[in-house]
Design a protein around this ligand. Structure first.
Ligand code: DP6
Length: 334
């Protein structure tokens, strides 16, 4: 017998960044973060628990993973699901991204969000979105935010001496802010240092890490307020500041994700702003620059960004829906 479910999830881009973890095994962030879930790019994942399998299998973008880190991380998540559901069967996971994988376009966010949702559904667990987000967070913290529509936040850090439980929740629907996200794709290649390694090295060696951790909660709160007020200019300015602070902190530890085209695009964003076009930039653990712009300015900004040497293409996305089940067959013969 096979129990199978398919889920789709979208990447999210953090406006207030997560970078660094609390001590312990729960993968709880050291700072709170706030993101926008993007329509347009997606991961579709099917999980089938099958008594006839001897080990978990993962086919990622058509390629069968053998002894890889991706397979190990997927198995860890599946083990947690098996324990909760009392399932012993191994699983076959087939996952496809319609955008570059592991290059800083948040494929781990959409990947683990889709996997967590499909696996819990296939195992017949009747979990809330928050519970599925918690499962996703343990594999990749940013994935917890991709469970939710529009704007979502993920707790982190220590408040009044109490360590955060790392809960994620929805903050506002996609319609809360007039914003388009323009992704300037600078390479199709995978990034050189994973976010997990990058933040560990930052935490261990950046002289600015303590400053980052103490500054981030206020930055997150201010961004949340600006978002709920629908203030695009303030959200954009705070998002750019959060990205620059995160990268400055990481760079001081020798972790450099930006390349020449990233910085050229960033410089151009600032020129455009000086000329009166309200556009802001953010960057994650990869070389792509993501620009925030209002809908009415998206075409003008896109034309400008596409002209930059080293920007291969510009993807335009909008705030979109959280992860969802596409298809579930609770129990059917093989
Ligand atoms: C720069 O969620 O990929 O995109 O929890 O170790 O899997 P792990 O890290 P991950 O880190 C994302 C970092 C970021 C900022 C963000 O999304 O908040």
């Amino acid at each position: 017998m096979t129990r199978q479910a398919t889920a789709v999830a979208h990447p999210n881009i953090a406006l207030a960044k997560y970078w660094g973890k609390l001590p312990g095994a729960g993968n709880v962030p050291a700072v709170p973060s706030l993101s926008v879930t993007l329509a347009g790019m997606s991961t579709t994942t099917t999980v089938s628990f099958d008594e006839n399998l001897v080990r978990d299998e993962l086919v990622l973008n058509g390629v069968r993973e053998v002894d890889s880190r991706a397979l190990f991380r997927a198995s860890e998540l599946l083990d947690r699901v098996r324990v909760s559901a009392g399932v012993t069967a191994r699983a076959r996971v087939v996952s496809d991204n319609d955008f570059p994988t592991a290059s800083g376009l948040a494929s781990s966010a959409s990947g683990f969000a889709a996997l967590a949702l499909a696996a819990t559904k296939a195992a017949d667990l009747d979990w809330s979105r928050e519970q599925v987000a918690e499962l996703a967070r343990r594999s990749s913290a940013s994935a917890a935010r991709s469970l939710f529509d529009g704007f979502a936040e993920l707790d982190g850090g220590v408040e009044d001496g109490i360590p955060s439980a790392g809960r994620a929740r929805s903050v506002a629907p996609p319609s809360a802010l007039d914003v388009r996200v323009l992704v300037c794709v600078t390479t199709e290649a995978p990034k050189s240092t994973s976010s997990t390694d990058g933040m560990r090295i930052t935490q261990e060696t950046s002289p600015y890490y303590a400053a980052w951790v103490s500054d981030a909660p206020l930055a997150h709160r201010q961004l949340r307020e600006a978002l709920l007020a629908g203030d695009f200019g303030r959200v954009g300015a705070l998002a750019e500041r959060s990205a620059l602070a995160m990268h400055a902190c990481a760079m001081a530890a020798g972790i450099v994700y930006v390349t020449g085209p990233t910085l050229d695009a960033l410089a151009h964003v600032r020129v455009l702003r000086d000329r009166g076009l309200l556009v802001f930039a953010t960057m994650d653990a990869g070389p792509h620059l993501k620009c925030l712009v209002r809908a009415a300015d998206a075409d003008a900004a896109r034309t400008e960004l596409a002209r930059i040497v080293g920007v291969r293409r510009v993807l335009e996305t909008t705030p979109g829906a959280g992860a969802r089940i596409l298809d579930a067959s609770p129990e059917r013969p093989r």
